[in-house]
Design a protein. Structure first.
Length: 186
């Protein structure tokens, strides 16, 4: 049996269930060239039937079953998983998964990306000192940030203090080929 040499991307998120962020992960996996990359989804809490939206049923979707609160209990399990699968890239998403970046660093994952997909309802204006402190605490472990809006990119570089060159801003939008107007204008 030959070893699959395609780079593995490990997508780490809070829960793999219905949601905009999760839909974005599914779309990325489904539309990246299959011959170029492998993927795995790691949910800190649980994986639901939402995984059926992945075109490739062989994509591992792993639930770490993290209890509520700080994630230190799943650090050893995630470290073991990353050492076993040896991803080329770990891509954490939103604040809930950011604390897994030091684990990826300790597991010697060469590429570490963190995506900010939106604001939390209890911090819509980005004023929370606690959230900014958490971002700063984990910043040394993140090589590159992806912000899905200009506002989030400004927040990360301004209020959080991440150097601008480490932040890529990518718009998260609607697939206009799939969701186009009908010929009658509707």
């Amino acid at each position: 049996m030959t070893r699959d040499t395609r780079p593995l991307v490990a997508h780490i998120l809070h829960r793999f269930d219905i949601g905009g962020l999760e839909n974005g992960v599914v779309n990325l996996i489904n539309h990246m060239p299959a011959g170029a990359y492998r993927h795995m989804v790691v949910a800190l809490t649980e994986v639901t039937d939402f995984k059926r939206r992945l075109h490739d049923p062989s994509v591992p979707c792993i639930a770490l079953n993290k209890p509520p609160g700080q994630g230190a209990r799943v650090y050893p399990k995630l470290w073991q998983l990353l050492r076993e699968h040896k991803p080329a890239i770990v891509h954490t998403r939103n604040l809930a998964a950011l604390e897994m970046q030091p684990v990826a660093w300790a597991a010697r994952v060469p590429g570490r990306i963190h995506g900010e997909h939106g604001r939390d309802l209890d911090d819509l204006d980005g004023a929370s000192l606690r959230r900014r402190a958490i971002h700063r605490l984990y910043a040394p472990f993140v090589q590159r940030y992806v912000a899905l809006s200009r506002d989030l990119a400004r927040y990360m570089s301004g209020r959080v203090g991440i150097p601008g060159p480490r932040i890529a801003q990518i718009y998260n939008g609607v697939n206009t080929e799939r969701f186009a107007s009908l010929p009658d204008g509707r």
